[in-house]
Design a protein around this ligand. Structure first.
Ligand SMILES: [Zn+2]
Length: 428
């Protein structure tokens, strides 16, 4: 079974394979939902959604292990009434229209439907504020039309088109089943986009950032995938709403600074201007959705991942390289590390030396003389040293100490020259 150290990566893995991950603890809920959906489909005489278990993977970190089931969901059949196909649903927010395409719809939705001022039902031509509009397409003429939910019945001449419309978009979303920590507790908090982006900036500065491709390539070995941008968004939202605060034991609250907040305001302004100046045809649905969030100026937990991507897009737009941001504390740690610079031996055999060293490697080995500890060091001036000792010095990798000892011999390991020392004393 394939293993992942972060459950976020399972969603990326699923996306790549076109599979839908469901945590095992939510499997019953998922199957119940699919059965309900298919019952509804049968009643409405709509095509059923076929779902099939394809693969099981394991999420395992220090504290948890949880199986995820990857389903193939087949909803390729179009849902139509009297020759009109349900293609998309518009949610009209104050910043523009969020577009949710029907999973079976493969083509682009006309861009006029994104417009902030667009909330006309093209059936009755009444322009009033609506929360939801459906976009349908005529299968013969290919004409698109927006229809308000109250007009669906009149337009399509069918007894219960609202139900069919609702059904056609009720394919499960990842969010519904991805909850593995009782994350959402009833109320839906909303934060301002400016403080949200500020929080993302603060998080990235302190924790770093990697791209999706790096995350997959490294499979977390070098950096935790918590540094992936959508995870940054999730954390940022969490910090701001303190949803998980008590449970997550943040030692450092990681709250953004005034400078972060100012910078965030600039980013929002620059990105708004950027999108205003882009020809509409160059903006795809994904960027449209970023733009909608920018114009709306607020973020709810449903949009935390996508909203964080605004920060990444900003750096792309201004042409700054963003492939790998190393966090400040990591930079400091690296800068203070002793580095292997001198691939040479030290002194002569039997010579006594004293050096400041950093422990790079510790292991133990049982021999006919008993347990032997192997310590490898890098000295402050960049030489590699090895000490075989019967003593456990009770230090950790990364610790720095002053060491005196006698040169016993020389060794080459993977073409790196190591000076073997013996009868060592730890001075401090
Ligand atoms: Zn209407």
């Amino acid at each position: 079974m394939k293993e992942f150290k972060d459950h976020q990566m399972i969603y990326e893995y699923g996306k790549e394979k076109g599979l839908f991950p469901v945590p095992e603890i939510n499997q019953d809920k998922f199957i119940e939902k699919m059965n309900k959906l298919n019952k509804k489909a049968k009643k409405l005489n709509c095509p059923q959604v076929v779902f099939e278990e394809k693969e099981r993977v394991l999420f395992r970190n220090k504290d948890n292990a949880l199986c995820f089931i990857l389903y193939q969901i087949n909803h390729s059949e179009q849902i139509k009434i009297n020759g009109w196909i349900f293609t998309a649903k518009l949610e009209c927010l104050s910043g523009g229209n969020l577009i949710s395409k029907n999973p079976s719809c493969k083509e682009e939705i006309p861009i006029k439907y994104r417009d902030i001022s667009f909330s006309i039902c093209e059936h009755c031509n009444i322009n009033r504020k609506r929360n939801v509009l459906y976009i349908v397409k005529n299968e013969t003429t290919q004409e698109f039309k927006s229809v308000g939910s109250s007009c669906l019945k009149d337009f399509l001449g069918h007894a219960s088109p609202e139900h069919i419309a609702e059904y056609s978009f009720s394919i499960p979303s990842e969010e519904e089943f991805s909850d593995i920590s009782d994350y959402i507790s009833g109320s839906i908090p909303i934060v301002s986009l400016q403080s949200f982006i500020a929080q993302c900036i603060s998080w990235v500065r302190k924790e770093g950032f990697i791209t999706k491709s790096m995350m997959i390539e490294h499979n977390n070995q070098e950096y935790e995938s918590k540094n992936y941008i959508s995870h940054t968004g999730y954390k940022a939202f969490d910090v701001l709403t303190i949803t998980n605060y008590q449970r997550m034991d943040y030692r450092n609250k990681n709250i953004y600074t005034e400078d972060d907040y100012k910078k965030s305001g600039e980013i929002i302004e620059i990105m708004n201007r950027y999108y205003d100046n882009q020809p509409e045809k160059d903006i795809d649905d994904f960027n449209n959705n970023l733009r909608v969030i920018l114009k709306s100026g607020t973020v709810s937990y449903k949009q935390d991942s996508i909203s964080a991507i605004i920060l990444m897009r900003y750096y792309q737009v201004i042409g700054e390289k963003i492939s790998y941001w190393i966090p400040e504390n990591e930079k400091q740690k690296r800068a203070s590390e002793f580095k292997f610079l001198n691939n040479e031996y030290i002194g002569t055999i039997k010579e006594k030396i004293t050096k400041q060293v950093q422990i790079k490697y510790i292991s133990e080995k049982s021999t006919q003389y008993g347990l032997i500890y192997i310590y490898k060091f890098i000295s402050e001036d960049g030489y590699k040293m090895v000490w075989f000792s019967s003593n456990n010095i009770n230090k950790n990798i990364g610790d720095k100490l002053y060491l005196s000892g006698t040169i016993k011999g020389y060794n080459e390991y993977k073409s790196e020259k190591e000076t073997i020392i013996t009868r060592c004393k730890i001075i401090s």
